[in-house]
Design a protein around this ligand. Sequence first.
Ligand code: ADP
Ligand code: MG
Length: 343
Amino acid sequence: DFVLSPDYTFSNFITGPNNQLAYAASVAVANQPGTAYNPLFIHGGVGLGKTHLLQGICQAILTQRPETRIVYVSCEAFMTQFIESVQRGQMLQFRHRYRYADMLVIDDIHFLSSRERSQEEFFHTFNELYQANKQIVLSSDAAPSEIPHLEERLMSRFQWGLVANVTKPHFETRVAILRAKAKLRGVDVPDEVIAYMAQRIDSNARELEGAITNVLAHAALGGRPIDLELAAEALGDQINQPRSNHATLQQIIDVVTGYYSVKLSDLQSRRRHKSVTEPRQICMFLARRHTRYSLEEIGGHFGGRDHTTVMHSIKTIEERSQVNDGFAREITALEERLDQAPA
Ligand code: ADP
Ligand code: MG
């Protein structure tokens, strides 16, 4: 009585340094449920493939051994069923369903936070299955020790097997994901357009999928070829949204001066040597993308430059990163450092 998405298979999952361990562990669990890693605990931010991997495990097992009794639920469904079973006096059925499963897969287990009675019930479910060598797979938006208001005994059990983290994909992985999503839709997207999109959409696979949908829709509805111009238009809305993770000018300056070994006084000076102008332009580009300062304010901060100079700088960086993959990666690396900068 659960639905698996036919797209969420191992073969449709793109691996990279950001998810290699979680993927390898998922495959191992599917091949040897109950023995390889028990429990398998996958954690990471939204849109990074946790649900995809969980369903991938289920589908791989069902292909090999269709008779396997898998219970795959969201944590919310588990809690709702628990509460309703208590209210209706149907705990026997509830326990039968969960404790006689061959494998239990619960998505977004962090929702157990602060839910004391559900935690208690899940604790007993876990123990029963674990003792019977039944595979348990869990996903969460946080590591076991970082789920607030979670009983100590559950936290420790979550760490008994393998804890695998999924993080944001790097540039190359984003390129691979975009290629795969385009291929799934049977459309050829030119490499330069893929690179352009991968450079601009740097958050997660869900947004990359959204970007492909966007670009293909613009092409189909406008009857136009898929080129850089079209991609720029299609992505306009998506990338101009304010980012959830705002940077301060100070963070941008720290990251850029650290990376290029230049001094702030150089950035603010009139010097026109490339070793100074490029980091200065990058600062302006990052300030435009990651802060709410106006072009004038940004110019004021970097040596009293006017808004046309700032616009020119931003355009220079954008164009350079479109034609130069190495440079695009540098920008991505800087943005990753910004994301990790302490608030
Ligand atoms: P999460 O559960 O971590 O929030 P999902 O598993 O729902 O993320 O992934 C969001 C979307 O992105 C899904 O459509 C999924 O297929 C896709 N996706 C995520 N990671 C990958 C990946 N590594 N390769 C291919 N598609 C991915
Ligand atoms: Mg999910």
